[in-house]
Design a protein around this ligand. Sequence first.
Ligand code: PLP
Length: 380
Amino acid sequence: MSRRVRATIHLAALRNNLARIRRLASRSRVMAVVKADGYGHGLERVVLALREADAFGVASIADGERIRALGLQNRIVVLTGIDEPGDLARMRGLALEPVIHHESQLDLLRSEWPVPLQETTSRAPAIRGAAQLPAAPRSIWIKVDTGMHRLGFAPARLRGVLEEVAALPGAPTLQLMSHFANSDVADDALTSAQVARFDDIANLPSPLPQSLANSAAIIAFGGSQRDWVRAGGLLYGISVVAGQTGADLGFAAAMTLTARLIAINSIDEGEGVGYGHAWRAARPTRVGVLAVGYADGYPRSVQPGTPVLLQGERVPIIGRVSMDLVTVDLTDLSSAAVGDTAVLWGPGLPVEEVAASAATIGYELVCGMTRRVDFVEDDS
Ligand SMILES: *Cc1c(COP(=O)(O)O)cnc(C)c1O
């Protein structure tokens, strides 16, 4: 049989995680962040599972187009907004809402707003369901930089921007948002300072709907939940809070990555395993070989000893992860047999733990599955 690395996506976990976020942020609407192909889980299956979300957050117009092609009518916010002439027209045709965070985007707004709907209908036939969309709400999200210093208008500029945008023909509806730099650290002073700065500038004569919290802030900074929370990681069951996995927080892993055990070989004490003989046997050892490697997206940088689950038991990786293969120590798992399925991460083995061993975060691992990985859905 050909090698098969499989990413099983648990649709019930996605739904349950959304429900849990709703309970934790019961006064807020939930924007389900599905950028990067639904954090690597597959955009279409993720948005269909999360169709109850109040909005989807994407990073590109193309992602919005994929969602509309499914016939879904949820609000869709393009988190990085518009870059080029014509983007607004495309977005209007698809009823996508831009985030405006920079003067260059204001220039585009000034020159292209209001966007007549008929400009875009030539593209519409490809979009199933577009005809039934309500007249695109002319909604705009304004992003203010409260201290992350990545995207957003400076606080001192905000009033001027809001006045200018509110005065555009058709009076667009506005929402105000900002993003945290450090909300994965509990009691972090920077996050508190960002909230205070936001409250200072959001104190407007006619207050706008507000959005601040990402996944970590939903958990650790409840006061930042406001009108909209923007949840990514937790929907997929992944936490970025150091030392706390999504499972610890009551969320379920939405991806299980598995591979086959394709060989078991015995070596003598003192022998080395794999490239560079990076690991050497301190005892006679049964070496298991799994058909998965960094070309599938399993990180080469994991520390030796990183666990893999076989028959529900943890066994340690030995030697270097190579392109197609990973070696594990099966000496203490005598029942392991060629043909067994190994779990690289999933329920029972948090991706956060594997990520920590590779000096990264779980998000990067689930976003990094390559094209030769088979995706399957589990709806049990
Ligand atoms: C990705 C993203 C989020 C979601 O962050 P999580 O940590 O995955 O919850 C929220 N807001 C913005 C602007 C983002 O880019």
